[in-house]
Write a protein that binds this ligand. Structure first.
Ligand SMILES: Nc1nc2c(c(=O)[nH]1)N[C@H]1C(S)=C(S)[C@@H](COP(=O)(O)O)O[C@H]1N2
Ligand SMILES: [Mo]
Length: 193
């Protein structure tokens, strides 16, 4: 009984308010799954000077990769603890990027967008992930590669990510235009505007 009680308390401590655990891995997509071949894939970071930093698939694979184990929290209230990913840190991709702007808009193949403060994706907080649980990322979960920003609600983790555009202002992305919060911290329950 004591052990069970202790375990329950641990699980609850790992769950942000209003969230429950899910065993499966739900798929949440606002539209059809775009079919993106790795041979056609590239990823861009564009700054205010118009400078574009570009990586094709082989160049992404050649960068140092990290294994990432994190909890993820969907605004629709499911959470999944201890998910395993492999990908490239945004710190690595931003190493040679010079900008004085504070925000990014993430753009995906298929047209999805989501906005993020630059500081929320640097310092070990975000990745371009291309493996889940030891296998290549399934197309329905964002393969070949997705943004992974696990400390914010999962709608910020843009599937099929294609690039990040540096922005002067924090403009709303797709869900943010439709009533979701501009920031999306699950621990503060920043679900809606
Ligand atoms: N491109 C794109 N990325 C997206 C979405 C989407 O519809 N399109 N949905 C978001 C939402 S609301 C969630 S909860 C997660 C779901 O990721 P999953 O389908 O891998 O669980 O992806 C996010 N990233
Ligand atoms: Mo979501």
């Amino acid at each position: 009984m004591a052990v069970f009680g202790g375990r329950r308390r641990e699980e609850n401590a790992a769950l942000p308010p209003g969230q429950h655990l899910t065993e499966g891995f739900p798929v949440l997509s606002a539209g059809p799954t775009p079919q993106v071949e790795t041979t056609d894939w590239d990823f861009l970071i564009r700054t205010e000077t118009g400078t574009t930093h570009r990586w094709d698939w082989d160049e992404l694979q050649a960068l140092p990769a990290e294994d990432i184990t994190v909890d993820i929290h969907c605004v629709t209230s499911w959470s999944k603890l201890g998910t395993s990913w492999r990908g490239v840190s945004l710190d690595t991709l931003f190493a040679d990027v010079e900008t004085s702007l504070d925000f990014v808009m993430a753009h995906s193949y298929g047209g999805y967008t989501t906005n993020l403060p630059l500081e929320e994706i640097l310092d070990g907080k975000a990745w371009i992930a291309y493996e889940y649980d030891g296998d290549g990322l399934d197309p329905e979960h964002g393969g070949p590669a997705r943004l992974l920003v696990p400390h914010l609600y999962f709608w910020k983790s843009a599937k099929w990510v294609r690039g990040l555009v540096l922005q002067d202002d924090d403009e709303p992305g797709f869900w943010e235009q439709n009533g979701y919060n501009m920031h999306g911290d699950p621990w503060r329950e920043e679900r809606y505007a």
